[in-house]
Design a protein around this ligand. Sequence first.
Ligand SMILES: [Zn+2]
Length: 152
Amino acid sequence: MAHIMDEFYMRLALGVAKDGAGLTGSNPNVGCVIVLNGKIIACERTADGGRPHAEYKAVETAFESFDGIEGCDVYVTLEPCAHISERGPNCSDVMLDIKPARVIVAMQDPDPRTAGNGIKKMQEAGIIVEVGLLGAEAADIIKDFTARFDKA
Ligand SMILES: [Zn+2]
């Protein structure tokens, strides 16, 4: 079920994603907002150079103030990644660890290594995953990243 504040939080995530434009190397600039009990407890973007990813950073920030954030809502401008990288944990596994109630995803990852696998993994773990909120805006932010896969 969509909540009345969802669009507000996603716009915040999109805004912080835009701040990372051109700074995240070969990785897409992503924004992530975490809300717990109606309060924003983290608002982060993909770090300069592309790592850590936005979701990982947001979870780190949240854990600076909370021992656990089970039941939170996570707003992320791009599907949490599902592929294994030597450069860090994948964000869909991070989502499983924190046990959110919902993960609201603006758009599916165009990277064929994830491309729906992160969404599927979270859903199979019992997390409510909603995809597509403000998806056009999210797609516009990472259109150069997406274009790389169109050529492939
Ligand atoms: Zn990731």
